[in-house]
Design a protein around this ligand. Sequence first.
Ligand SMILES: Cc1cc2nc3c(=O)[nH]c(=O)nc-3n(C[C@H](O)[C@H](O)[C@H](O)COP(=O)(O)OP(=O)(O)OC[C@H]3O[C@@H](n4cnc5c(N)ncnc54)[C@H](O)[C@@H]3O)c2cc1C
Length: 516
Amino acid sequence: MKLALIIAIFLLFAVYAQTLVTAEESEYHDIIVIGAGMAGIAAANQLNENGYDVIVLEARDRIGGRILTDNSYEGYHLDVGASWIHGVDNNPIAMLAEKYGVETVPFDNEESYIIYDENGEKIDEQRATSMWEILSKFEEFYKTERSNLAAGEDISLQDAVDKFIQNENLTAEKLNDFYFSLVWTIEGDYAADTSDISLMSFENMGYKMKGHEVIFPQGYGQIIDGLSNGLDIRLEHVVTELDYSGDTIKIKTNKGDFDAKYVINTLPLGVLKNNKVIFSPELPQEKINAISNLDMGLLNKVYFVFPDVFWDREYQWIGHIDSQKGHWAYFANLYTVLEEPVILAFNTASFAHEIEEKSNVDIVNEGLSVLKTIYGDAVTEPLYTKVTKWASDEFSFGSYSSTGVGSSNDDFYELSKQLDNKVFFAGEATEVNYPATVHGAYFSGMREANKIQWLEGNMFSPKTQLDNWVLPTYVICKDGLELLITHGGESAACVTGKTKDTLEKRGWGYENAYSQ
Ligand SMILES: Cc1cc2nc3c(=O)[nH]c(=O)nc-3n(C[C@H](O)[C@H](O)[C@H](O)COP(=O)(O)OP(=O)(O)OC[C@H]3O[C@@H](n4cnc5c(N)ncnc54)[C@H](O)[C@@H]3O)c2cc1C
C-alpha cells in the first residue's frame, strides 16, 4: 500500500516535472516570421525597426531562400536563384541597392541575340524574322481566343497553340522555330510548359516594373545581407507544425517549440503544396484550393566559367533551336556585362524537370555538347560550373509560382489572407500584382508587417505605407482591417489627395490595380 502511494506520488511528480520542462522549452516572441527569404526578411526588418519583438525561423543553414549568390569560385559571384531586378523604376529592390551601395548593371537588350539551329548553323535574318512574325501572329490569335472564352472558362496556352498550328499549316522547320520562340519568350518567364499556363490569366501576372532590368555583378546576396543586418534569425530551424487554435500560436520545429502572438508565414508555394507544415486547425478550404490551383514552376540554371571567351562575345543572348522542345534553348552571355568568360544556361518547365534527374556531371556535359555543336573545337574545359536543382530543393520545391489552367490572380490574393488576425501569409505567391519576383516577395512582407502594425494600433498613414513600399492595392484605410485590407476598388476608396498623386507618379495608379 505504502509502495503504491510512493509510486503514485512519483508519477504525479514526473508528470508535473514534464509540464515544467515543456513550458520552459517553449520560447515566446510577439512576432515570429517563418522563412528568411526576401519576404520574411523584409517583414522582420520593418517590424524590428519599429521596435517589435520579432524573430525569424529559417530551415536552411543560410538566409536568402531563393536568393543565393555562389561565391565559392574565387572572384566570381554567381546568382543561383534570382538574378534580375525586373525594372528599376520605383522598385524597392533598386532603392535598397542604392542604399547599400550595391553595384548593378543593365542586362536587358532584347535585340542583342544570335540564334543557332541544332546543327550549329546560325539562322539567317529571314528565318529569324519569319519566326518573330509567326509569334506575333500567335499573340493576336490567342488574344482573340481568350476574348471568346465564356466567363469562368479557361484553356491552356497549349490549347491555343494547337488550334493556331492547325490553321497555319507550318512547315516542320517553322513549327520547330515557333516552339523555340515560345520557350524563350513565355515558358522561360513563367517557368511552365504552355500546357500548364492559363490562357485566361497568364498575362495578368505582370511581374515586371518599369525601367531597366539589371543584374548584380557582385551578387544579389548583398541585398539580403544589408536588409537582414541586426535581425534575430534562427538558422536550421525547420518548422513542422503551426497550431493557431488558442490565443497564443504554437510552433513546432526540429529545435524546440516557440509561441507567438502573431506569425508571418512565408513558406514557398511548393512547400505548402507538399504539406510540409501541419496547420491546426486545417487551412480554410479556399486557401487549400488556391494552393492547389496555382503552379510552382521550374527554371534551372547552369553556370559555365571558361578560361576564355570562345563564343559570340558581343551578343547578350545565344539561342539554340533544337528538335527537342526546350532543350538548352538559351544562354545569357555574361561576358557582355561582367567582362569575365561566363555563360549562363537556362532550362525551364518539363525539360528542366527531365534534366534535374541527371547527375551534375551529365548535365554539364550535355550543355557542353550543345556549345560544341555551335562553337566546335573552340570550346574549352570549364574552370568551374554550377548546376541548380530547384525542384528537388526541399525548402522550395520549385522556382516560382504561376497561374495554372483554371487559376487566376484571385488565388494569389486568397493565399495572402490572414487567419483569425493571427497567422499572416507573405511570399511571392501571395502577391497579386508582382508574383514570382523578388520585389513581389518584398512587397508581400511589407504588406503583412503593416497589417500587424495596424492591429497593434501603430498603423502608418496611406502616404507612409506608400513611402514604405507597401503596394497601393493594400493601402490600409482608417475604417477597419477586414473591410479595407483588400485589393481592387475597395481599398482605392480611401486613396485621395497626395497619396493618389504619389500612386500615379509611380505608375501604380489605383485604377490599374487588380480588381475582381
Ligand atoms: C532560378 C531562379 C531564378 C529567378 N530569377 C528571378 C529574377 O531574376 N528576378 C526576380 O525578381 N525573381 C527571380 N526569381 C524568383 C525569386 O527568387 C523569388 O520570387 C523570391 O526570392 C521569393 O522570396 P520569398 O521570400 O517569397 O521565398 P523564399 O526566398 O523561398 O523564402 C522562403 C524561406 O522559407 C524557408 N523555409 C521553407 N520551408 C521552411 C520550414 N519548414 N521552416 C522554416 N523555414 C522554411 C526557405 O528555406 C526560405 O528561406 C527566381 C527564382 C529562381 C529559383
